[in-house]
Write a protein that binds this ligand. Sequence first.
Ligand code: PMP
Length: 285
Amino acid sequence: RTVYVNGEYLPETEAKVSIFDRGFLMADGVYEVTSVLGGKLIDFGGHAARLERSLTELDMGCPVTMDELLAIHRELVKLNDIDEGMIYLQITRGAPGDRDFVFPDPETTKPTIVLFTQNKPGMANTPAAKVGLKVISIEDIRWGRRDIKTVQLLYPSMGKMMAKKAGADDAWLVEDGSVTEGTSNNAYIVKGGKIITRNLTKDILHGITRAAVLRFAREAQMEVEERPFTIEEAQAADEAFVTSASAFVMPVVEIDGAKIGTGTPGPVAVRLREIYLEESLKTAI
Ligand code: PMP
């Protein structure tokens, strides 16, 4: 695999980052994951805009322009011959000479930028979408700025492990009695034809797939309500699903052992997955 590090395209075995990089020492960095379908980037504009917002919120500079970033994404797709898969992008605050809590001077310490591809042939047609996911609920003990897409992913990782141990696929995070989001996706339920998903605040990541799916749902005259919901309400819903750049729309069929609806992927989730895959390809670049 060819990867990109600070201006260079290199074989992955030759790519190097300093041990003093604040991404490594302090999780001081942000990331984006953009999916590739038919060799094209899905929702690149949305991911680039969120990246700029994450960087601004953390007072971090961007080492490349958005045009350069697009060119790097495309070059990696080409070099690694990706038809279906993902591109991971990470920008960290860089490597000052020593470890210090204080942010380094941006004049002397440049951010580190890394991109690599993940080849996932057949991703759009994954059998998992026909089966649906089982999720468990766990307490959301993450920090209070979940709207910034930082690389602090230890708790979401632990959540996935708790789900695996419980024989499930993923975890939904619960704070003050209501669901915030999944470990790496936004969470939805469907009741009486209405799509319900938590409103956007600092409590959750503002999913790029969420924005697109809600837009497509409204265009298809489906009713959407943005508000928090509880696990009990989800268990009594007709359907549940999650969205993310890498999973697109993925049905959820069980929450804490309780079957949702018939316990199989629901018609709204299945239709939204189809619409998303079709419509997002039209604006892929
Ligand atoms: N919430 C969290 C916590 C996530 O990690 C992700 C995926 N990175 C999402 C939601 C979905 O965001 P997107 O649709 O932009 O991938």
